[in-house]
Design a binder for this molecule. Structure first.
Ligand code: 1PR
Length: 569
C-alpha cells in the first residue's frame, strides 16, 4: 500500500518560515528544479510516511521536487533519501524502477546526498533484515539486528548521544548532542568501512550513526525529529554555508537518554470544540454543577509549547475515538497536520484504531485508519482497546492470525511505529493463588490489608474491564508486533501521587520493547523514582504540564542532578 505520497495537506499558516515568504512566482517554480538553489530533490519511493521530512524541509524554507524517474535523481542538485520500510522491499523497488543504478551513479559522481535511517543502511553491502539482502554496495559492511538476547531493548527508540569521529561540516558542533533514533537494525564499524564513519553511538555496542565521504552523507538518526539540533544538521545539508554551530552540550552525554513525554488527551467538549482535557482516574468532567468536559487548552498550541519547552515526544490520545469513526473526526486529523508542521520531535496519536464499517456500509480496515493518521503527521500510532481484543484472542488460541490491527499495522509500517496503550486498574488479592493472572506484592497494602494485586486491563477508556492482566497483555502484544508500550494506570491517573512503581516494574521486566511509564506524576521526584526503580524507557505526564505546575525543564534538570541521562536542548 502506498503510504507516503499523498501529503498534500494545506499548510498551517504559523508553520511557514521566513524563506517560504521570499519564494518566486509560480511561473519560475516550473523551471527545472535542478537549477533552483531553494529546491531539494526528495526520493520518496512510496513505502512509508515521509511527511515529517517534508515538513522539516519546508520549515527550513526549501521547496521539494519529487523523484518520478531515475533521470530525476541524476539531475538533482541535492538529493534527500529518507528510506522507510524494510530493507528488502526498499531494494526491490529501487532495483525494479532503475533507481538503484541511478543512485549508484549519482553517488559515484559525488553529488550532494543525504540518506536518512534506512537511507543510510541501503548504502551498505547487505542487510540481515529478512535476508541476507543485497544493498547498493557503496559502503563495505553488513547491517545487523540489535541483539535483544541479553536484555537489550529493541527497537532502539529514543535520543542517543553522537560521538563524532570525523570532522564534517554536517555534524559540526553536534558532538555529545542527543538525536532521535528509531530502528532495530544498524551498521557496525569495521576496518573496511572506517574511512566512511563520521559518528558512532553507544547502544549495547558502538554502531554507526552517520557516514560521510566527499558530498555523500547519511545518518541513522532522524534529523527531522531531533528538535533544534536535528534541524540545524538538516539545514547544513540544505544550505552548506549556514553556520548553525552549536555550543558544546552543557552536560556530558554518552548513551540513550530517558525520555520525558507530554501527553494531550483530546476530545470534543459539549460545544463540539476539540480541546485538551484531563481526567481524574479517567473522569474528565468537572465536578462542579456544570459537569462540563475540563478544557485545558488548544491541542496544537499546547503541543507546540511542549516542543519548545523540551518535550522529547508529544502524544495525542483521542480519548473518545472508540465511540465514532476516527476518519470522520476531521478536526483531529487537522490537529495532527498542523502540529506536525511545528513540532520537530516524534508525534504519537491514538484513539479509535480498529476496523470500522460506516453508516453507508463502507468497510475501513484499521490499516486505512492508521495510514490516515500517518499521512496526517503521526510518527507512531497507539492502539488501546483493539490490542486488548487481539491479545485475548491470541492467548486463547495460540494462533497469530495476522489480521489484528496490531499485526497488520506493524507489518506494513514496522513495529517501531506501533505503540500499545494499556489502561489497567489495580485489583487487590490476599494471595497470588486467587487469580490466574500475574500478581505483584504491593508496596502499600490494599483496603482490607491485601498484600498482592493484579492489574486488570480495560477497554473503551476504562469503561469495560476485561479478563486479562497487564503483564499477560504486554507479553502478548510484544509477540504480535508492538514496538512500545504506553503503560497507564487508572488508579493513579491525575492523582499526582507518583507513578505505580509496582505495575511499571512488573511490566518493564516482562518485555524487551520500551515501556513508557504513565499516570500519576505530581513532582519532579516522581520521574527520578520511576527511572531508578524500574526499567521504563520514558515517563509521560499530562496534568502537571497542562496546569503549569512543573515545567518540563525542571523535570529534566532534576533528572540530570540525580544522574539520569536526558536530552537537554
Ligand atoms: O481504546 O484504541 O480507542 O484508545 C483510546 C486511548 O485513549 C487510550 O490510549 C486510552 O488510554 C485513552 N483514554 C481513553 N479514555 C481516557 C480518559 O482519560 N477518560 N486517557 C483516556 C488516558 C491516560 C494518560 C494520561 C496519563 C497521565 N489518558 O494518557 O495522560 O494518565 O496523566 P497525569 O500525568 O495527569 O496523571 P482506543
Amino acid at each position: 500500500m502506498a503510504t507516503g505520497a499523498a501529503n498534500h495537506a494545506v499548510p498551517c499558516v504559523a508553520g511557514r518560515s521566513k524563506r517560504r515568504n521570499q519564494q518566486r512566482s509560480p511561473a519560475s517554480l516550473s523551471v527545472r528544479a535542478s537549477s533552483d538553489a531553494n529546491t531539494v530533490t526528495l526520493l520518496d519511493y512510496g513505502a512509508g510516511n515521509v511527511r515529517s521530512v517534508r515538513n522539516a524541509i519546508r520549515h527550513l524554507g526549501f521547496n521539494i521536487r519529487d523523484v518520478r524517474s531515475p533521470e530525476d535523481i541524476l539531475t538533482a542538485d541535492r538529493l534527500v533519501f529518507p528510506g522507510v520500510g524494510a530493507f528488502g522491499s526498499a531494494m526491490d523497488v529501487l532495483n525494479r524502477t532503475g533507481m538503484a543504478d541511478a543512485l549508484r551513479e549519482y553517488i559515484r559522481r559525488d553529488r550532494p546526498f543525504l540518506g536518512i535511517c534506512l537511507g543510510l543502511q541501503l548504502l551498505f553491502d547487505s542487510s540481515e533484515e529478512n535476508g541476507p539482502v543485497s544493498g547498493l554496495g557503496v559502503i563495505p559492511g553488513v547491517v545487523r539486528r540489535f541483539d535483544s538476547s541479553e536484555g537489550l531493548i529493541v527497537p532502539h527508540i529514543g535520543w542517543n548521544a553522537l560521538q563524532i569521529t570525523k570532522d564534517t561540516q554536517l555534524l559540526q558542533g553536534a558532538n555529545g548532542y542527543h538525536v532521535y533514533f528509531v530502528h532495530s537494525y544498524h551498521a557496525l564499524p569495521s576496518d573496511d568501512n572506517r574511512d566512511w564513519i563520521s559518528s558512532t553511538c553507544n547502544y549495547g555496542q558502538s554502531f554507526i550513526s552517520s557516514v560521510s565521504m566527499g558530498n555523500i552523507q547519511a545518518v541513522q538518526f532522524h534529523p527531522e525529529k531531533s528538535g533544534a539540533t536535528g534541524l540545524s544538521i538538516f539545514e547544513k545539508f540544505l544550505s552548506p554555508n549556514s553556520s548553525g554551530t552549536k555550543a558544546p552540550p552543557r552536560r556530558k552525554a554518552s548513551k540513550l537518554a530517558k525520555r520525558v513525554i507530554a501527553c494531550l488527551d483530546v476530545r470534543s467538549n459539549d460545544n463540539g470544540d476539540l480541546v485538551v482535557t484531563k481526567g481524574d482516574q479517567y473522569d474528565v468532567r468537572d465536578h462542579s454543577s456544570s459537569k462540563e468536559v475540563r478544557n485545558l487548552g488548544k491541542p496544537v498550541e499546547l503541543a507546540s509549547q511542549y516542543y519548545i519547552d523540551g518535550a522529547d515526544e508529544v502524544s495525542f490520545l483521542n480519548i473518545t475515538g472508540f465511540r465514532a469513526f476516527p476518519l470522520g473526526d476531521l478536526p483531529m486529523l487537522e490537529v495532527l497536520r498542523c502540529a506536525s508542521e511545528k513540532v520537530f520531535v516524534p508525534l504519537t496519536v491514538g484513539g479509535g484504531i480498529r476496523d470500522f464499517t460506516d453508516a453507508s456500509g463502507r468497510y475501513y480496515s484499521s490499516l486505512e485508519v492508521a495510514s490516515e493518521y500517518f499521512r496526517s503527521g503521526a510518527d507512531k500510532i497507539s492502539i488501546g482497546s483493539d490490542a486488548v481484543f487481539a491479545a485475548e484472542a491470541y492467548l486463547q488460541t495460540g494462533v497469530k492470525t495476522g489480521k489484528s490491527s496490531l499485526e497488520q499495522i506493524s507489518r506494513v509500517y514496522g513495529n517501531q511505529a506501533v505503540v500499545v496503550s494499556i489502561d489497567p486498574r489495580r485489583v487487590y488479592v490476599k494471595s497470588p493463588d486467587e487469580v490466574q493472572f500475574k500478581t505483584v506484592k504491593v508496596s502499600s497494602k490494599g483496603p482490607l490489608g491485601e498484600e498482592y494485586a493484579w492489574y486488570q486491563c480495560t477497554v473503551s477508556g476504562g469503561r469495560d474491564s476485561r479478563p486479562i492482566g497487564a503483564y499477560e497483555l504486554a507479553q502478548a502484544v510484544e509477540e504480535l508486533g508492538a514496538g512500545e508500550i504506553l503503560l497507564n494506570c487508572i488508579d493513579c491517573d491525575g492523582q499526582g501521587c507518583g507513578f505505580d512503581i509496582d505495575l511499571i516494574k512488573m511490566v518493564s521486566d516482562a518485555v524487551t520493547i520500551p515501556v513508557i511509564a504513565s499516570s500519576g506524576a505530581g513532582a519532579v521526584e516522581h520521574f527520578s523514582e520511576v527511572f531508578e526503580k524500574t526499567n521504563a524507557s520514558a515517563a509521560l505526564a499530562a496534568g502537571i504540564f497542562h496546569r503549569k505546575e512543573v515545567p518540563i525543564l525542571a523535570v529534566k534538570e532534576h533528572l540530570v542532578d540525580d544522574g539520569v541521562e536526558v536530552r537537554m536542548q
